[in-house]
Design a protein around this ligand. Sequence first.
Ligand code: HEM
Length: 534
Amino acid sequence: PTIHDQKLHRGAGGELHQLAEDGMPVLTTAQGGPVSDDQNTLRLGARGPALLEDFHFREKIFHFDHERIPERVVHARGYGAHGYFETYESLAAYTRADLFQRPGEKTPAFVRFSTVAGSKGSFDLARDVRGFAVKLYTQQGNWDLVGNNIPVFFIQDAIKFPDVIHSVKPEPDKEFPQAQSAHDNFWDFITLTPESMHMIMWVMSDRAIPRSFRFMDGFGVHTFRFVNAADESTFVKFHWKPKLGLQSVTWNEAVKINGADPDFHRRDLWQSIQSGAFPEWELCVQLFDQDFADAFDFDILDPTKIIPEEILPVKPIGRLVLDRMPENFFAETEQVAFMTQNVPPGIDFSNDPLLQGRNFSYLDTQLKRLGGPNFTHLPINAPKCPFHNFQQDGHMAMRNPVGRVNYQPNSWNQGPRESPVQGYRHCPAEEQGSKVRLRPESFADHYSQARQFYISQTPPEQRHIAAALIFELSKVETPVIRERMVSHLMNIDETLASKVGHALGFKSMPKPADAAMPTRQDLEPSPPLSIIER
Ligand code: HEM
């Protein structure tokens, strides 16, 4: 029989599908060839050797062998959803970003929530920071606000990122512990890095064990800039506030939930969206100028600091609604590529040295993880506005220039052109200075905001912080590391320090830590100690 004799079914796009004997579509190879037998390899006789010419078998196994891509080097375990962002009012006075011009404007969005330290298969309720990465498909290209559920970070300079992440990930010889901060390497790094003290107080708080993604904040962390049509800039901090409010679990609950249902958070997001209870966040901003920034003792470029909302209240500017789960986890949630450098005209960077480093890291890592330069050809990463450029070729190129012209300027009057008016213009900030590797003095206070955070907590929340510190530090085997942490706590809150020291069995309290970054000499006892202790 020829194809014309087969049972055929016309698909939604008008295409003809061959139907198998039972009326279902015929199974095909990736090349579209119909398959007759998917249960048995081609063999020489029923009990004989398999034949190399079995192209269906080879293609099927080859494809299976290549199913895995590298998991993200951080934030490997994540869960995403689609939705939209709705603008409340025009912000034209502050930014020329198209998505903020018209009240009621809806911008498609994709959000991926994640833990940071654990591998892709780790459990949801680890004590950890949560990623809150938002991709907004604006009419001027994608804007990625790649944030966390904690408003500050461990380090002030991106050059320290491999160190902080190596220290929190499983130790290289043991390959454990998995997805927890409770180990010597992590606390060793943290206690040798006083700038992490503010963040560590948040990580020891209930914020690090959220009840679900629906009950947590998101923060852009860094100071960014809004830039208006006149190229005037305003500093901006971004906050996502959950409509349901903040909720966490206790550590006792977290441990039980992890044992009973390691997928607790992803199940919660799936079930709420499938049942029509769409989670919602308000995007709020803190807007300020250089004079306001200069009035603080700390630096607004320092990502270990917040601007207290009591001093500068947040202004709601829109809402994010998540109303649709991906059809395919891998195609969307796993392959989505967030990059801090994705900003539309009207949004710009500050000189925060962590942000500046991130702007290199994300493009670099996507190139490796997604296997080449064409990851924007994947539907989840492609802009939803018209786009035109002369990029071509490379692995898996799905789009190439059409016609003769793949460069400009050209004499054929073809192809896209740059536009000084509509195109991205960097904020013309005046900069000058010598080339140095130097942390400014304005980045030096590591304890004041850690203390303010602790004091701002209710008594039960303060008890949870103390319990978390006692639990975590009791897992630390090297005494000097425990002592070092308590000596930092002395600078944050003496009562907290003595509670923790007491529970750890200290006979006397250590001196408050020296606030300065430790020098080589200070570190001298460390290498021999770590060898002896093990
Ligand atoms: C991934 C947030 C600092 C490098 C992520 C993700 C989030 C995030 C939310 C997961 C994105 C997703 O869901 O796909 C943050 C925040 C930071 C920070 C809020 C500090 C404020 C850094 C720094 C670096 C870095 C300093 C490097 C210098 C990476 C890399 C990934 C990642 C390489 C993996 C990306 C991927 O494979 O898709 N980060 N991060 N991050 N981050 Fe960061």
